[in-house]
Design a protein around this ligand. Sequence first.
Ligand SMILES: Nc1nc2c(ncn2[C@@H]2O[C@H](COP(=O)(O)OP(=O)(O)OP(=O)(O)O)[C@@H](O)[C@H]2O)c(=O)[nH]1
Length: 430
Amino acid sequence: MAEKPTNTSVPIPGSEDPQKENIRCLSTLGHFGFECLPTQLVNKSIQKGFSFNILCVGETGIGKTTLINTLFNTNLKETKSSHFYSKVGLTVKTYELLERNIPLRLTVVKTVGYGDQINKEASYQPVVDYLDAQFEAYLQEELKIKRSLADYHDSRIHVCLYFITPTGHSLKSLDLLTMKSIDRRVNIIPLIAKADSLSKNDLQRFKNNIMSELNSNGIQIYQFQVDDEASAQVNSSGLLPFAVVGSMEEVKVGKRMVRGRHYPWGVLQEVENENHCDFVKLRDLLLSTNMEDLKDQTHTQHYECYRSNRLQKLGFSDTGPDNRPVSFQEMYEAKRREFHNQCQKEEEELKQTFMQRVKEKELTFKDAEKELQDKFEHLKRIQQEEILKLEEERRKLEEQIIDFYKMKAASESAQAQVCTNIKKDKDRKK
Ligand SMILES: Nc1nc2c(ncn2[C@@H]2O[C@H](COP(=O)(O)OP(=O)(O)OP(=O)(O)O)[C@@H](O)[C@H]2O)c(=O)[nH]1
């Protein structure tokens, strides 16, 4: 593309026009040219609207819903969950919020029944699976030929608010297990929930214990961006994890109405008083200064990590076996060849196995045939012997019959002779 001449007036040394020295320079009242780019971006973003996805992980009744309501100063309708679920579940709800004409599509994902089971693996696995499923859905959309990423509802989680039970001691094994398994998948911000139940000294000790446990277990939590002074301080000032108190209850203090928790003994815990808890710091850092960074980190760090692992598992890589960079086309061709060779190899192996089995079967059939033939010959021999025996017996029987008839004839003629002789005797006597 041809470069357009620019309108900048950089004076060339020695070329000052003495006539122009008296020209007045007026600064413009409006904005012109590309200095309007940020305005264009702002207008476009407002038109498009913003979206933010929060995952709240914490035990049942730890104050997840109350804190989200307090953060967004709204009343997101939630049903209370029970302690008797057989496994951990997740509720996903999306709300359309508006603050001074800035639309925000807020998705709140909340654990249900977390920490109520004996099997710890069953408690954190659904969270891990959910995070991966959102990355997978985005990856599938990216890999489509016809992508619609502009209006795609990106459900990847931008931040995980991890609610730590205010025991005052240390983290539970479930906290460590869960955070360890999700820290490469999401930006974790640890919170001490219901911090009003801890004294000031206990709270600071608890915070120190938690941070040293997270460090010693190599758990990576979200690092607030360093180009913002207030955010950068948080990383090293001992403020983390944020001690938060949630409440939507409005109480009159002097002439102003504040949100706070009123106790039976009369003291008031103000939610938005920085001397009472870290709620304001959390809200400022989360919503005012770091929201875009959280989304960036989700895309550039966590999603990128998932994507590269997933593609590597599918056999893709940026370099060949000789460490030479390879293009996607080359990789595709190599994979296709590899697949083709693999198919051929498997086909060959199948053929060999088939031939081997045919040979084996043939041998078995031959053996069986021979066995049958032998049996047949044996039976035939037995049958012939039987026939011969029967023939012999028949012959003997026939001889006996002939003898019998002969004897019968002889006896009949003898009987006839006797009868004749008797008759003759009788006739003679007469
Ligand atoms: N003391 C104290 N109580 C709180 C705080 N936040 C919430 N609660 C109370 O804790 C109870 C449970 O709060 P929810 O916000 O419903 O807790 P949840 O974690 O969303 O509960 P499930 O969704 O049912 O697991 C309610 O009675 C709240 O008023 C807090 O900061 N301090």
